[in-house]
Ligand binder design. Structure first.
Ligand code: 7TS
Length: 420
């Protein structure tokens, strides 16, 4: 149900999902840019926030803003309850076995760095190997490359085919007793490819190798079940699934988290401190040094409530409908080439236009109120694989409409006209 109480009643011939019901919850979607209605197609960079989430964030500041885990006063207790309540919502949402497995971080990047500089630092030595794929975001490349360089270990890269799909057979052959960790993106931000993560994990586990999944782009589109995937770590950011920026999660299996050294040192992550000895706190607090992002944690719980009220299965089905629609539309445009045509794809569409630089495409579309992202999308190896400097990327959320796809297509025709 939306905030204003609307429910969807299906009549014959009507689509099962009406984005208009939800658009009302996102005030930014009704604004104009350069006098044109905003068409927001940059959801892979950051999703918009519904008022229900903003209300929760605001309510915390208006009524019980205070620090957590350290005050006996009412405000601090209320903040702590809401903060820990959000942890339980997140646990339940991804089906983790325990709330001890939910580590609060500042985002996907922070979560991956945490694993690299704790687990990675402890377990990777000279001659070892870390496997990642050719379609990783830089945040799942740079920490591993740095670590491998420091340790004299080797970074191995799973190749991708021309459609932007993983070569799973090549991956199987890469695994060996030298492999110490596999890092894999669940959904590619540059290509939209949905990777067979469960299979990747199962293969790694045959060698007793843990797998870290970068779930930044999967969370807004799919119902993630970490126990079903059996992944060892799962990293994600709140702002990609309609929560605030500056907050994220690292899911980690409890036994692994317990073996890991702390990441940052400071308050909260300790049980006792003297100049002779430090005793660290239990998980997950061992990894949560300093005053955390309290309001953002609480708001993330609200974002999960919101997503669940819409229904992730319905979201996935509708977004798939949008993806099919936009793919058909864009395929009809002469000189346009799609980059990333995997069979299993999320609602992200990257393309290039013959002889027109993506930056020019983005600028002309922007003038028509259409927000897309152009560039390498922090996935430069993907660009190198397809021999292009950059792409234009439109990424869709459940509040986008087919009419907006039409506006995008018209906008692209205008770009072509302008540059021909
Ligand atoms: N992993 C993937 C797959 C991503 O898409 C992103 C962000 C990150 C990691 C990093 O997330 P952060 O919240 O820590 O920054 N991707 C994008 C993007 O596609 N456009 O802007 C940010």
């Amino acid at each position: 149900m939306s905030r204003n109480g609307d429910t969807q009643i299906l009549t014959k011939g009507q689509t099962a999902f009406d984005p208009q019901v939800y658009r009302k919850d996102f005030p930014v979607l009704s604004r104009e840019v350069y006098g044109k209605p905003l068409v927001y197609l940059d959801n892979a960079a950051s999703g918009q926030m519904p008022v229900q989430v903003m209300d929760v964030w605001k309510h915390y500041h208006e009524f019980y803003h205070s620090n957590v885990h350290r005050g006996v006063h009412a405000l601090s207790q209320q903040a702590t309850d809401a903060y820990e309540g959000a942890r339980e919502k997140i646990r339940n949402h991804i089906n983790a076995a325990s709330e001890k497995e939910i580590v609060y971080t500042y985002g996907t990047t922070d979560s991956i760095n945490l694993v690299a500089y704790t687990y990675g630092n402890q377990h990777i030595s000279e001659g070892d190997e870390v496997i990642i794929s050719h379609m990783e975001h830089h945040s799942n490349i740079v920490p591993w490359k740095r670590l491998c360089d420091e340790k004299g270990a080797r970074l191995k890269v799973i190749p991708i085919n021309d459609a932007g799909e993983l070569d799973v057979e090549a991956y199987r052959e890469m695994l060996s007793e030298r492999t110490k960790l596999v890092g894999i993106v669940h959904v590619s931000n540059a290509l939209g490819t949905i990777n067979p993560v469960k299979e990747i994990v199962a293969e790694a586990h045959k060698w007793n190798v843990p797998v870290l999944v970068d779930g930044a782009q999967a969370m807004p589109h799919t119902q993630v079940d970490v126990q079903d995937l059996d992944c060892d770590f799962y990293a994600f950011s709140s702002h990609k699934y309609y929560g605030p920026t500056g907050f994220g999660v690292l899911y980690g299996k409890k036994d692994l988290l317990e073996q890991m050294q702390p990441f940052r040192g400071g308050g909260e992550m300790i049980l006792s401190v003297s100049f002779d000895e430090i005793i660290y706190n239990k998980v997950p607090y061992k990894f949560e040094a300093g005053t955390p992002s309290i309001a953002n944690a609480i708001a993330t719980g609200a974002a999960i409530d919101y997503l669940n009220s819409v229904g992730l299965e319905r979201i996935a089905a509708y977004e798939h409908e949008l993806l099919t629609y936009v793919t058909e539309k864009l395929e009809q445009i002469d000189g346009l080439k799609l980059i990333g045509t995997a069979e299993n794809k999320a609602s992200v569409i990257s393309f290039v236009l013959e002889n027109i630089h993506p930056h020019d495409i983005g600028t002309v579309l922007d003038q028509q109120g259409i927000a897309i992202r152009t560039g390498h999308h922090c996935a430069q190896p993907v660009m190198e694989r397809f021999n292009i400097p950059a792409t234009s990327r439109a990424s869709f959320a459940f509040y986008n409409t087919k009419e907006e796809v039409d506006v995008l297509a018209e906008g692209i025709y205008k770009v072509i006209e302008l540059f021909s």
